[in-house]
Design a protein around this ligand. Structure first.
Ligand code: GLC
Length: 533
C-alpha cells in the first residue's frame, strides 16, 4: 500500500528501559542495551518502539518523576547514546516513540525548586498552589492515585501543592501559558532530534476544574473504599473539557512535522470519553482503552469493548489495542491456565494482531513472560510501598529473558534490579528462536502476515455469529477478506470460516492450515486467521 502509515498500519513494541538489556553491567537496563537488540526487533518485525521514561530522575516512580524533560539519566546513558539508538533504529525502519510526562514533574525539577522557593517566585504558578482550608487541612477532598490526600503542605510558604500521584510528583499547571510554552518546547526538543512520537502519560489529568471543587462520593463502591481514590467520582480532578483544547494545540505542533504521532494514556473507563481524545482527527492520533486491558479472558467482554469502541471511534480516529504494559500484570499471567500451557497467550497474540487498530506489544510478551513474584520486603514499586503490596507492579517489570542461565543474557551483574524468574521452561528468546513452534515464531509469523495483508491492517471489522466461547470476525479491504476465529473455551469447537480458498493464514495450534475455508475444528484456546480468496 503506497499510503502506508507507520502508527496506523504498523505495530508498536513497548520497552521498559530498566529491564530490556543491561549493557554496562550495573544490573539495570540502558539505552545502549536497547540499541544492541534492535536486530531482534527488526527480525521480529515490529514497526516502532515506545520507550518508557529514561529522563534524569530521582526515580521515586522509576522515571515517571522527571527532573529534566530534555536529558537522559546517567543510569540509562547519555543523549549521545539516545541519538545513536535513534539513528540505528531508523536505519532498520523502526520508529521511536518516547514517553512524555506532562501531568507532573519531579519535585527536584528546577521548575518546582524555583516554584516552591517563595509565594512570589516567577514559577509559582507553574504548579498548583493553594492556601489551606479554614481548618488548616488540604484545600479540597481530592485523593492521590497512590494513596492519601492529593495535597502536601509546604511549610516554608504555608501553602499546599497538588500531586495526583506521589508528593515527589507535583502536578504542573496547564492553565499557565508560560508552562504550556515550556512543555511544548520539550516536545520540539525531541521532535527536532528526530523522534517519531510520544506516549502522553496520564493524558486525561493535565487539566482539572479551575475552581478545584470537591469530588462527590462514588455511591457504587463498598464502604471500605470510600475514604480513598476509588471512593470518589472523578468529576473535577481529571478529564476537564479544556483538556481537548490543550491536545488540539499539541496536535498543531506535531502536524508541523512529518508523520509524528501521540498516543494517550487516557485512563478512563468510559469509551465515549476516551474516543473524544481523538477529536476530529485533530487531537491525539491514538488512545489506549483500558476497559479492554481489564476485560479478562472473556470473549464476550473483550468483544463488547472492541465493538463498542468501533462504534464510538470518530471517522478520522483510529483504535489501538494492547493487553499488557508496565502498570498491569502481564496477560500471560492474567490468562494463565493450569494445563493449557501457552495456548491462551498464543490466542491473545492472534487476537491482538488481527484486530482493527494499532497493536501495542509489551516487551517479553512475545516469549510468554509471566509476572515474577517479588517478596514484600524486596518490593521496589512506590505504589506497593505506600498503598498496598497487592498493587505492586514489579512483577510485570522483570528483566527480559534473552537466553537460559544466570543473568538470562540481560545482565552480567549478580543481582539484577528485579528478579529474573521463575519463568516457565524455555521462556527466553534464544530457546524460542530455535523452535519453529514457539510463541516467538507465532508472533513473528503474525507480524509478517499483518504486514503483507491490507485486510489485516486497514480492513473493516465485522463481528460474526459463533458458537459459545468463540469470537469470530471478518476484516475486509481492497477486495481482500480475512476471517478470524478464536476459541476461548477449554474444549474443542467447530467453527465456520465461510467459503473460499485459504491463500495465507496462521493457526495458533499445531494442525496445518486448511486449503479451503468452511468448517474447521479448533482445539481448546486455539485460534485461526485465514486470508480468503
Ligand atoms: C502512569 C504511568 C505509571 C506511573 C503514573 C504516574 O500511569 O504509566 O507507571 O506510575 O503514570 O506517573
Amino acid at each position: 500500500m503506497s499510503d502506508w502509515l507507520w502508527w496506523r498500519d504498523g505495530v508498536v513494541y513497548q520497552i521498559y528501559p530498566r529491564s530490556f538489556l543491561d549493557a554496562n553491567g550495573d544490573g539495570v537496563g540502558d539505552l545502549e542495551g536497547i540499541r544492541r537488540r534492535l536486530d531482534h526487533l527488526a527480525w521480529l518485525g515490529v514497526d516502532a518502539i515506545w520507550i518508557s521514561p529514561f529522563y534524569p530522575s530521582p526515580m521515586a516512580d522509576f522515571g515517571y518523576d522527571v527532573a529534566d524533560y530534555c536529558g537522559v539519566d546517567p543510569l540509562f546513558g547519555t543523549l549521545a547514546d539516545f541519538d545513536r539508538l535513534l539513528a540505528d533504529a531508523h536505519a532498520r525502519g523502526i520508529r521511536v516513540v518516547v514517553d512524555w510526562v506532562p501531568n507532573h514533574s519531579s519535585d527536584r525539577h528546577p521548575w518546582f525548586v524555583e516554584s516552591r522557593s517563595s509565594r512570589t517566585s516567577a514559577k509559582r504558578d507553574w504548579y498548583v498552589w493553594r492556601d489551606p482550608a479554614p481548618d488548616g487541612g488540604p484545600p479540597n477532598n481530592w485523593f492521590s492515585n497512590f494513596g492519601g490526600p492529593a495535597w502536601t503542605l509546604d511549610p516554608k510558604t504555608g501553602q499546599y501543592y497538588l500531586h495526583s500521584f506521589l508528593p515527589e510528583q507535583p502536578d504542573l499547571n496547564w492553565r499557565n501559558p508560560e508552562l504550556v510554552a515550556a512543555m511544548h518546547a520539550t516536545l520540539r526538543f525531541w521532535l527536532d532530534r528526530g523522534v517519531d512520537g510520544f506516549r502522553t502519560d496520564v493524558g486525561h489529568r493535565i487539566l482539572k476544574d479551575p475552581l478545584l471543587r470537591d469530588n462527590p462520593p462514588n455511591p457504587n463502591v463498598p464502604e471500605q473504599y470510600r475514604n480513598g481514590f476509588l471512593g470518589q467520582l472523578h468529576l473535577h480532578d481529571e478529564n476537564h473539557p479544556d483538556v481537548h483544547v490543550a491536545y488540539r494545540a499539541i496536535r498543531r505542533l506535531l502536524d508541523a512535522y512529518d508523520e509524528r504521532m501521540m498516543v494517550g494514556e487516557i485512563y478512563i473507563m468510559d469509551g465515549r470519553e476516551v474516543a473524544k481524545y481523538l477529536g476530529d482527527g485533530d487531537e491525539l492520533h491514538l488512545s489506549f482503552h483500558f476497559k479492554f486491558v481489564h476485560a479478562g479472558f472473556d470473549p464476550a467482554a473483550l468483544r463488547r469493548e472492541v465493538e463498542e469502541f468501533e462504534a464510538l471511534c470518530p471517522a478520522k480516529g483510529w483504535p489501538t489495542w494492547t493487553l499488557s504494559n508496565h502498570d498491569v500484570p502481564r496477560h500471560a499471567t492474567r490468562f494463565d491456565h493450569p494445563s493449557l500451557g501457552d495456548a491462551r497467550a498464543r490466542l491473545a497474540a492472534l487476537l491482538l494482531l488481527t484486530l482493527r487498530g494499532t497493536p501495542f506489544l509489551y516487551y517479553g510478551e512475545e516469549i510468554g513472560m509471566r509476572n515474577v513474584p517479588v517478596a514484600e520486603e524486596a518490593m521496589q514499586d512506590p505504589l506497593a510501598r505506600r498503598l498496598h503490596p497487592r498493587l505492586c507492579r514489579d512483577g510485570e517489570r522483570s528483566p527480559m529473558c534473552w537466553e537460559p542461565g544466570p543473568g538470562a543474557g540481560f545482565t552480567a551483574h549478580p543481582q539484577p534490579w528485579l528478579p529474573l524468574g521463575p519463568q516457565p521452561p524455555r521462556t527466553d528468546v534464544a530457546s524460542q528462536c530455535d523452535d519453529r513452534t514457539s510463541l516467538l515464531w507465532l508472533y513473528k509469523d503474525l507480524l509478517a502476515l499483518r504486514r503483507a495483508h491490507p485486510s489485516l491492517q486497514r480492513g473493516d471489522y465485522r463481528g460474526l455469529d459463533a458458537p459459545d466461547g468463540v469470537w469470530s470476525y471478518e476484516r475486509r479491504s481492497d477486495g481482500e477478506r480475512a476471517r478470524v476465529a478464536l476459541n476461548f473455551s477449554d474444549a474443542p469447537r467447530r467453527v465456520d470460516l465461510g467459503a473460499g480458498r485459504v491463500v495465507a493464514g496462521r493457526r495458533t495450534g499445531a494442525a496445518p492450515l486448511p486449503e479451503r475455508a468452511g468448517a474447521v475444528e479448533l482445539g481448546p484456546a486455539e485460534g485461526i486467521v485465514a486470508i480468503l480468496a
